[in-house]
Each structure stands twice: as C-alpha cells, then as structure tokens.
Design a protein around this ligand. Structure first.
Ligand code: HEM
Length: 523
C-alpha cells in the first residue's frame, strides 16, 4: 500500500519544514484555544500517518479503545476524526447531517469519478443533489427494479446450474468467482442490457476487459494515497499511482464511450423513440439515462454525466454484494450447525419441490439473521465512504474544523465490545426477534449495525443490495450442501480480511457443493 512508503530523506526534509512552520505559526498565528477530540501524539508533517498499518480500520478501532469514542487524527495536512460508537455516528449522520454529508475531493475521486461528477464521491452541492435525484426517481425506483425481476430470476437459475455442473464433476467451487459473476451479471443486465458471464453472455474477451477495469478501479479507489495527505508526495509519486489513475481513467472512459455508442446505434436501428418513455420494461439504465432531459433546458444529459452514473452503479453495486455473499458463505460453511438451521427454515418455507423466489425472502427470518450477522462482522466496506465536514462544528464539546475527513468505522462498530458480547463469534441468533416479526437488514434504530449508512448519503441501492445477497444465499443453501475442500475441516476456513474500498477475505473461498434436491430440479 502506498501509505507505507516513506523514504528517510523525505521524512527528514518534511520534518524540518514542519518545525519551521510550527514555530512561525506559534509566533505569529492566532491564539484562540480550541479543544480537539483526544487522539494519539503525532509527528510533524506526517501527523499520525505512520500509525496506520495495512488494516487501518483495526488500528483506528484500537485508538477508539484507548482514547474514547471520538478520536482526532492528523493525517499529513488533513484533519480527520474516527469513531465506532453509535451515539457519535448518529450525531454525524443524523443530527449534524447537513454539516457532515460532503465528501473529500480525493485524487482517485477526481480521476476515476469524472471529476467527482457522480453521486457516491461528489461533494455535497446542487450537482450531487441532481444526480442522486436521477438515481432515486429514474433508476432505483421500486417499479424499475420490479421490471428486472425476470432477469434476476434467470440469473438465479444460471447460478444454480453453474454450481450444479461443477458438483457433477466433483470440482471444488471457487465461490468468489461464482458470486462475483452473479453480482456482475445482475448489475450489467440492468445497467447495460448485457450479461457478461455464462452462456449467451457478451463474450469472454469483453467480460475479461470489463472485470479487469473494474478491479483496477476498486483497487485505486480503496487505496490510501499519500498524495491526498501530503501534497509534496505528488511531486515524487514513487509508485506512479497518479499515472495509473490517469491510465485507468482513460480505459474506463473508452469503455463507457463504447457502451453509449452501442446504445445509441441500437436505439436508432430500432427507431425506438427514447424521449419520455420512462417506464418501458425493456429499457436498461443506459437507455433511461439517454432518454432524460439535461440541465438548463438541454435536450439530453451530458455524456459525461451518464458515464459517471453508470460507473457509480457498477462500482457501488457489484463488489459490495459479492463480498458480503462470500463472507456469509464462509461463515456458514465454517459453522455446519448454522447451515442445518438455514436449510431447515428453507425446507419449511419453500419445501423441496420448487426453487426459492424473491417473494420468499421476507419469510426467511433465520437467513436474514445470518445476513445481519455477516454485516456485523464483515461489513462490505471497513469504513463508510469518507464524509467531510463543510464547516467548523462541535461534537460532545470537541471542536471539529471545516474540511475534517470522517472515518466511520463500521468494522469497529460491529466488534465494539461495549455493544456486543463475544464479538468474534458468528452467532446469527443474536438478531432473532422473539415476537417473530421480520428481521430488518437495511437499517436499525439503535445504529449498532450500519450496512447501508443513514442520512443524506445513505445507500440508495439498499433494497436491491439486500435482494442480491439474500437471493444468492437462499438458492445456494437450498440447492446444495456445502463442505470445505478435502483435507480441510470447517473450522480451518480462514476469515482474514484485506483492506480496501470493500473488504474481502484474503483468500478466495473454495468449497465442495453436493446437490440436495431431486435431479430434475436443476434443469
Ligand atoms: C450489499 C450491497 C450494498 C451495500 C452493503 C452498500 C453499502 C453502501 C454504503 C455503506 C454506502 C456509503 C454511505 C455513506 O457514505 O454514508 C453506499 C453508498 C452508495 N451506494 Fe450502496 N451498497 C450496496 C449496494 C448498492 C447497490 C445495489 C447500488 C445501486 C445500484 C448502490 C448504490 C450506492 C450509491 C449511488 C451510493 C452513494 C450515495 C451517496 O453518496 O449519496 N449500492 N452503499
């Protein structure tokens, strides 16, 4: 990770510069006293950067254990706070939402999200508001999502058939690949009208290109790039991160340009009038966006706006659900007792003579507990996407300057020992409601689990995300028994995570599937 590279000469030069700066500031600067939240001692210039290792969410959680629920850090030239506490999180996301709902303009966001012209990485402002409204009113409406239900059902069938074919040959299933394909196909069918993996897909060449670009994009977006914290680092950029960002920016843009051209060509061929046809069932998201008027009376949205939105949807939707599914499968295979309970519930609610449908999902309360427990222990991302304060404010009497970067540690929240007992134990039963009412996944009034965040920046794709997670798990547990590859015991399945924008397992999950329904059910 770029974060850990600090040539000695650079540190010495930077330290001297900082000492001079601090002396000048002390001699001539304003003398007002503002009490920052507690935090660890820091080095000149670098601040606390060197205190963050390869798993910064764990380091920040330890700092919260030591200094309290709200910790101040100085990351190079940037003020930052971090928390894993429900009260402070509620203060930031709800009570002071209008102060904290902005985003920092990181270099990755500038290069890889069309100059922050998207939804997820855009600072708070009229452009973010407009783009988010387009998402909510035209793309992620209940009606639009229902119109893709048939595609999702097709994909669920492909998922089962793929695994069934591997089970026939006794092949170990690479669940990272299988679940990644499931998420990617659902999202690209909805967005681009294309399926990228499996029979009848857009073809291996295009699929590989698409996967490759998306992985590079995620990697760069998740990187803690020192140039964002130490402007001087950008002159050196010893690992060529910015160069890489510009390269990926160009390749992603070429890909999106191709998608727009294809859609325009097909639309002309069919002479399909695109204007005003808002609810056409056959329209994918790109068709919808091409049909919408632009700003200030323009006939169409700008291409760059459409591209930014497509990219956001792909980035926000695919990896989050795939990573969650892989963690849930890993924990369940590690705990055969839980697999039995899930299957008992499935047999009771669905039976063994038909496949699980989306309409079954609200009734699978134990499976819902499994997903909630997965989000507690392994939230899709270790932090929410960083927020930034628009102006100076106070939390719990502590001063928070304008432009403070906010790291809400969802990984730390789920393992906060003040909120949860036996934090390292995967125990879905802790979410079971004795009155039998439906277990909610996407939100909780107590802010003890926050998979989709809250307030202005909360995830607009939560209902779709929940469906993609529950449906894949329900089908895979209903149709198959799962065991670790030969020679491994369930408890040997590793659960180490790697840091990034999302937080996958270090090693892809491999397991053996054995069909548990009658043969004809798989065709
Ligand atoms: C299991 C699946 C998913 C999880 C766990 C998840 C989680 C999140 C989280 C934690 C955030 C950041 C909120 C914040 O910074 O406060 C977010 C933002 C976002 N998500 Fe999701 N998400 C999922 C699926 C989706 C899907 C399916 C879509 C759309 C198709 C989507 C679209 C977005 C967008 C556009 C944002 C940015 C919102 C903004 O900044 O205004 N997500 N999501």
């Amino acid at each position: 990770m770029d974060l850990h590279t600090s040539p000695v000469s650079f540190i010495i030069a930077a330290t001297i510069a900082s000492i001079i700066y601090q002396l000048v500031k002390w001699r001539f600067g304003p003398k007002t006293e503002q009490v920052f939240p507690p935090g660890p001692a820091r080095l000149p210039v670098l601040g606390n950067l060197l205190q963050l290792g390869p798993l910064p969410h764990r380091d920040m959680a330890s700092l919260c254990d030591k200094y309290g629920p709200l910790v101040y850090l100085r990351l190079g030239s940037i003020d930052a706070i971090t928390t894993n506490d429900p009260y402070i999180i509620r203060e930031i996301l709800i009570r002071q939402d209008d102060v904290f709902a902005s985003r920092p303009r990181t270099l990755a966001a500038v290069h890889l999200a069309y100059g922050c012209g998207d939804v997820a990485l855009a600072p708070l402002g009229p452009q973010w508001k407009r783009m988010r409204r387009i998402c909510m009113e035209h793309l992620l409406t209940t009606k639009r999502l229902e119109s893709f239900a048939k595609h999702r059902a097709d994909e669920a069938q492909h998922l089962v058939q793929d695994v069934w074919a591997m089970a026939q040959t006794g092949k170990v299933v690479n669940l990272r690949e299988v679940l990644g394909g499931w998420s990617m196909n659902n999202v690209t069918r909805m967005l681009l009208g294309k399926q990228y993996f499996g029979a009848g897909s857009a073809g291996p060449q295009e699929a590989m290109e698409f996967m490759h670009i998306t992985h590079e994009l995620f990697w760069l977006l998740g990187l803690i790039y020192l140039g964002d914290y130490l402007p001087i680092w950008r002159w050196v950029d010893p690992y060529g991160c910015e160069k890489k960002m510009r390269e990926v920016e160009k390749r992603v843009d070429d890909f999106h340009t191709k998608i727009l051209e294809e859609h325009r060509r097909v639309s002309e061929e069919k002479s399909k009038p695109t204007g005003g046809e808002e609810d056409g069932a056959e329209m994918d998201f790109v068709d919808v966006l091409l049909s919408l008027p632009g700003e200030d009376g323009k006939k169409h949205m700008e291409d760059v706006e459409i591209k930014a939105l497509i990219q956001d949807m792909i980035a926000a939707a695919t990896d989050t659900s795939a990573v969650t599914n892989e963690w849930a499968m890993a924990e369940v295979i590690k705990h055969p007792r839980i697999l039995c309970k899930i299957q008992e519930e499935l047999d009771l609610v669905v039976g063994q003579h038909r496949m699980v449908n989306e309409s079954d999902l609200p009734h699978l309360n134990y499976l819902r507990c499994v997903v909630r427990e997965t989000f507690r222990m392994h939230p899709a991302g270790p932090f929410l996407i960083p927020h930034e304060s628009l102006r100076a404010t106070w939390i719990n009497g502590y001063y928070i300057p304008a432009k403070t970067r906010v790291f809400i540690n969802t990984h730390g929240l789920g393992r906060n020992t003040k909120l949860w007992d036996n934090v390292e134990e995967f125990r879905p039963e802790r979410h079971w409601l004795d009155d039998g009412s439906r277990v909610e996944i996407s939100h909780g009034v107590d802010f003890k689990i926050l998979p989709f965040s809250a307030g202005k920046r909360k995830c607009p794709g939560a209902p779709l995300g929940v469906t993609l997670v529950l449906m894949a798990l329900a089908r895979l547990f209903h149709c198959f028994n799962w065991t670790p590859p030969e020679g491994l015991r369930p408890e040997d399945i590793d659960t180490k995570e790697v840091y990034g924008m999302t937080m996958p397992k270090v090693l892809p999950l491999m397991a053996v599937a054995t069909p548990r329904l009658a043969n004809h059910m798989y065709h």
